[in-house]
Design a protein around this ligand. Structure first.
Ligand SMILES: *Cc1c(COP(=O)(O)O)cnc(C)c1O
Length: 217
């Protein structure tokens, strides 16, 4: 478990960027990790975690939430419309908002329950056909629409293409956020979170660098 190492690297990256570490939230991405690795990070006092699937998170986190105060859960993976209700019950933030239909469903249930997580609009900055997220050119209208529906986004999220320099994607995401007056920037993973911090990341999503490689299965 190298949580202290990652925390120190985040602090160093913030110093180099002239930012305060308090501006950067570390989301420990616990998807498909063995229970004992997650429990070690909980025991170390970390409380902010990310998961990719509603169903997997439903199986693990209610018990940990009952056992530890102050747990904050972030949904990072694609969200199906029929999973919005359980997602809104379990998660404090959703980083994969990318379809008008999904926004409508979130708005309906949020109005009914009076509870809405922080919403991040996922932008497909590399325009990759197989990847989730909104084309950059559609971002401004989509954000306006969310505000009009009373579910204003907290920020933007991206996953850069694996074979390109992430900095281009981080700077594009920061530009779209700035022109839309959005403070939140969910970007940076194990391989590139320091670079993301240099470009203004407010939320870094770090899995394998904290927990070790994910076991396939
Ligand atoms: C799995 C995942 C991460 C963490 O990836 P690592 O490379 O293990 O840090 C971050 N963001 C998303 C959306 C993911 O699916």
């Amino acid at each position: 478990m190298s949580l202290p190492t990652i925390t120190a690297r985040i602090a160093d990256a913030c110093t180099r960027a002239g930012r305060s570490p308090a501006e950067v939230t570390l989301i420990a991405v616990s998807k498909v990790q063995p229970v004992e690795r997650v429990e070690a990070v909980l025991a170390a006092g970390h409380r902010i975690f990310g998961e990719n699937r509603v169903q997997e998170a439903e199986g693990k986190w209610p018990a940990w939430k009952a056992a530890h105060r102050g747990i904050e859960l972030h949904l990072l993976g694609p969200l199906q419309s029929n999973k919005v209700r359980p997602a809104l019950e379990l998660f404090d933030a959703i980083h994969s908002v990318d379809r008008p239909k999904l926004v409508r469903r979130i708005a309906d249930i949020a109005q009914e329950t009076g509870r809405c997580p922080d919403l991040f609009v996922q932008i497909n900055t590399g325009a990759e056909p197989q990847k989730a997220g909104l084309p950059p050119a559609e971002a401004d209208a989509f954000i306006r629409n969310m505000r009009a529906m009373d579910v204003p986004p907290a920020g933007l999220m991206c996953i850069p293409p694996v074979d390109e320099a992430p900095s281009l994607h981080f700077s594009l995401l920061a530009k779209i956020a700035a022109r839309n007056g959005l403070a939140g920037l969910s970007m940076g993973m194990s391989a590139d979170f320091e670079e993301a911090i240099a470009f203004g990341a407010t939320h870094v999503r770090v899995g394998s660098a904290i927990f070790g490689e994910r076991v396939a299965g």
